[in-house]
Design a protein around this ligand. Structure first.
Ligand code: HEM
Ligand SMILES: *[C@@H]1O[C@H](CO)[C@@H](O)[C@H](O)[C@H]1NC(C)=O
Ligand SMILES: CC(=O)N[C@H]1CO[C@H](CO)[C@@H](O)[C@@H]1O
Length: 284
C-alpha cells in the first residue's frame, strides 16, 4: 500500500516537473504580458480592482502565510479562513498571483500530504497549516519562532519593520526595492538571532529551501517593491491597485522559482550572535 502510494507520488512529481519545464521554456519564447493586463477579465483583481479588505475578526482562522491570509482578508478565499478545499487554494493562488499551474498544484498538494489529507477531495482551515516543522519553520522573517509565538497567525511588526528598512535596491522608476542579496543578508541575520535565542531552534535543508522560497516570492510576485510589501506584510492586505509582477504568459514556473531560491540560499551567511552580547542586551 505504502509502496503504491510512493510510486504514485513519484509518478505525479515526474509528470509535474516535466510539464513545468515545458511551461518555463514556453514562457521564454512567448511575449510577456503588458502591465495592467495580467489578471484576466471576470476574475477578482481584473482592472486592478480587488474585493474589499476586511481585517480578520474574532474566531476567523489565519496562518503563518501572509499570502493566504491576504486572500482570506479580501474574500478571495472564505473570509473566516475555514473549510477551504485544497483545489480552491490552487485556483486562488494561481489567479491572484499568476503562478503557473504546476506551482499552484505542487504546493497545495504538499500541504495536503503534510496534513494527511486528500488533495482532490478534502478541506482545511488556514490555522491547520501552522504545524511546526511541517512547512512552518524557525528563523522566519515575519514571525517569531513557534516557541515564542505558538499561534503563528499574526504579523510580527518589529521583525517586519526591521526587514522593510533593510532594502538597498532601486527599481527603474526609482522606487525602493529588495534585491536577492538583501534577502540573503536579512535571512542570515534572522537565522543567527533565532538560533542564539531559541533553545528549540531547528532549520534543516528542506526548511531552508522553504524559507528562501518565501523570499523568492517577495521578489518575483511583488517585484521586491517596498511600498507594495508594506501593506502586504504588515496588514496582509493586497496593495492598492495591485497586480502581480509576473508577466510571463503561463505564470511563474517551479523551475524559475527554484533558480531564485538557489541564488538566495547560496548567498546566506548565518550571522553568529555572541552569547555575551545577547546577555548584555537582555540586562540593558
Ligand atoms: C500555494 C499555497 C501556499 C501555502 C500552502 C503556503 C504556506 C506557507 C507556510 C506554511 C508558511 C510559513 C513558513 C514559515 O515558517 O516561515 C508560509 C510563509 C510565507 N509564504 Fe506562503 N504558502 C502558499 C503560497 C504563498 C504565495 C503564493 C506567496 C507569495 C505571493 C507566499 C508567501 C509567503 C511568504 C513571504 C512567507 C514568509 C513567512 C516568513 O518568513 O515569516 N506563500 N507560507
Ligand atoms: C527536515 O525536518 C522536517 C521536520 O522534522 C522533516 O519532515 C524533513 O524530512 C527534514 N528534511 C531533511 C532534509 O532532513
Ligand atoms: C497561470 C496563469 O494564471 N497565468 C495567467 C497569467 O496572466 C496572463 C494574462 O492575463 C493569463 O493569460 C495567464 O493565464
Amino acid at each position: 500500500m505504502s509502496f503504491l502510494r510512493n510510486a504514485e507520488k513519484l509518478f505525479n512529481n515526474v509528470y509535474l516537473f516535466t510539464w513545468d519545464t515545458f511551461i518555463a521554456l514556453a514562457n521564454l519564447i512567448a511575449p510577456n504580458r503588458k502591465p495592467g493586463s495580467v489578471i484576466p477579465h471576470g476574475q477578482p483583481g481584473a482592472g486592478r480592482k480587488w474585493p474589499e479588505f476586511v481585517p480578520p475578526g474574532k474566531g476567523d482562522s489565519r496562518c503563518c502565510c501572509p499570502a493566504l491570509n491576504a486572500l482570506a482578508n479580501h474574500g478571495i478565499l472564505p473570509r473566516d479562513g475555514r473549510n477551504i478545499k485544497f483545489t480552491e487554494m490552487t485556483h486562488a493562488v494561481k489567479a491572484t498571483f499568476n503562478l503557473s499551474s504546476t506551482f499552484s498544484i505542487f504546493v497545495p498538494t504538499y500541504a495536503a500530504d503534510m496534513l494527511h489529507k486528500n488533495y482532490k477531495t478534502d478541506s482545511f482551515d488556514l490555522a491547520d497549516l501552522n504545524v511546526h516543522n511541517g512547512i512552518e519553520h524557525d528563523g522566519s522573517l515575519l514571525r517569531e519562532d513557534a516557541r515564542f509565538d505558538p499561534k503563528q497567525d499574526t504579523p510580527n511588526l518589529p521583525l517586519i519593520t526591521e526587514l522593510l528598512a533593510s532594502s538597498t535596491g532601486k527599481a527603474p522608476a526609482g522606487d525602493l526595492c529588495f534585491t536577492h542579496a538583501d534577502l540573503s543578508r536579512a535571512s542570515g541575520k534572522r537565522r543567527g538571532a533565532a538560533r542564539a535565542t531559541n533553545p528549540d531552534f531547528t532549520l534543516n535543508k528542506s526548511q531552508k529551501g522553504f524559507a528562501s522560497g518565501n523570499c523568492a516570492s517577495l521578489l518575483l510576485v511583488f517585484g521586491g517593491r517596498v511600498a507594495e510589501l508594506e501593506p502586504f506584510l504588515t496588514e496582509e492586505r493586497l496593495p492598492e491597485g495591485f497586480e502581480p509582477h509576473i508577466l510571463s504568459r503561463w505564470g511563474l514556473s517551479l523551475l524559475v522559482f527554484n533558480l531564485n531560491i538557489f541564488k538566495i540560499e547560496r548567498a546566506i551567511k548565518e550571522e553568529a550572535v555572541p552569547v555575551a552580547a545577547m546577555v548584555q542586551n537582555e540586562t540593558a
